[in-house]
Ligand binder design. Structure first.
Ligand code: ZN
Length: 344
């Protein structure tokens, strides 16, 4: 029953005034230790991903683009707000490598489950395009590591970051060995603007992309309904050998970038549900990988609650409480998605 932690905070990948900056993870482990949530957790020092590992999910030209921008001292990597510093190329490789290593430990039984606290985040990085603060798609690299090195047949990726995981969807869109399930805010002008329920995979990947495009202010009750009545049954249908989780904490109601309405309690319950699902379906094998989350106290407490779930402790930290707004009803969306994705 070992839970592992791999920590790659990328302190030199930072930009003043940018929401995705080094303060998100600086001092995180010390804080978690003080909270007592790391008792029984084994820390693993991260290792850099090889180019071969990165090329399993990315065009070599994209990898070289990040290297060149870093080598010349940094700058913008796209036409939006995805930046690199002189150190970002190496740090992005370290984040992806940390996730691969965690998969190695879980698949060989050295650890049962874990959390990769890494930056820069990854789920917006597509096969040949960086986007949304993401350079290398860490969770996609981890999923391919499980498949290529450990012969895993089926990987479930659950993405509960408030933004759609367009990069992960892009990489696995024609792949029937990865079920990609993303719950995200889907509203006009909200980033990245894809992730509709009609996007469900292509060719042999048809049916292996499960998008839950949520209206604003869904809140704890709505999210829980989607997990219990859609994500959990879809996972049982798929029978994964490993569960990977794109864990973003920007669906919290106080996050400055979104209005999804989850509380820390809601997040904690989702983490418990996913850990139980891994126990039921794949001998407990689950790895959480950090994505977004831009309000620092929420981020810290959200991460602490995931460790509580990983360690089988029921207590959830929530000094902030629930969203003050009324929760949005989601029954029609849920029923439509059940009809689309669940066999009776
Ligand atoms: Zn996000």
């Amino acid at each position: 029953m070992t839970t592992l932690l791999t920590f790659a905070p990328a302190l030199a990948h930072t930009q003043p005034g940018h929401p995705e900056n080094h303060t998100r993870l600086a001092g995180m482990v010390e804080t978690l230790e003080k909270m007592g949530v790391l008792a029984g957790v084994t820390a693993v020092a991260p290792q850099t991903a090889t180019t071969e590992q990165l090329q399993r999910v990315h065009d070599l030209r994209l990898i070289e683009h990040i290297r060149r921008v870093s080598q010349r001292g940094g700058g913008l990597l796209d036409h939006g707000d995805t930046y690199a510093t002189a150190d970002s190329y190496e740090l992005a490789r370290l984040a992806a490598g940390a996730c691969c290593q965690a998969v190695d430990k879980i698949m060989t039984g050295e650890a049962e489950r874990g959390f990769a606290l890494v930056r820069p985040p990854g789920h917006h990085a597509e096969f040949s395009r960086v986007s949304g603060f993401c350079l290398i798609n860490n969770i996609a690299v981890a999923a391919r590591q499980a498949r290529v090195v450990h012969g895993v047949r089926r990987v479930l990726i659950v993405d509960f970051d408030v933004h759609h995981g367009n990069g992960t969807q892009d990489i696995f869109y024609e792949d029937d060995t990865v079920l990609f399930a993303s719950l995200h805010l889907f509203a006009p002008f909200f980033y990245p603007g894809v992730g509709s329920l009609q996007e469900s995979g292509l060719e042999k990947g048809e049916g292996y992309t499960l998008n839950v495009p949520l209206p604003p202010y869904v809140g704890d009750v709505g999210y829980n309904l989607f997990f219990q009545e859609l994500i959990v049954p879809a996972a049982r249908q798929f029978r994964p050998d490993l569960i990977l989780v794109s864990a973003g904490f920007d669906a919290h109601w106080q996050d400055p970038l979104a209005v999804a309405g989850l509380s820390l309690t809601g997040y904690g319950q989702i983490a418990q549900t996913l850990v139980q699902l891994a126990d039921e379906l794949c001998e407990g094998r689950i790895l959480f990988v950090l994505e977004g989350g831009y309000k620092l106290d929420v981020l810290t407490l959200g991460i602490a609650n995931v460790f509580q779930a990983l360690n089988g402790r029921d207590q959830i930290f929530d000094p902030i409480g629930p969203m003050p707004q009324t929760e949005q009803k989601v029954t029609d969306l849920l029923e439509g998605l059940k009809q689309r994705h669940l066999r009776n």
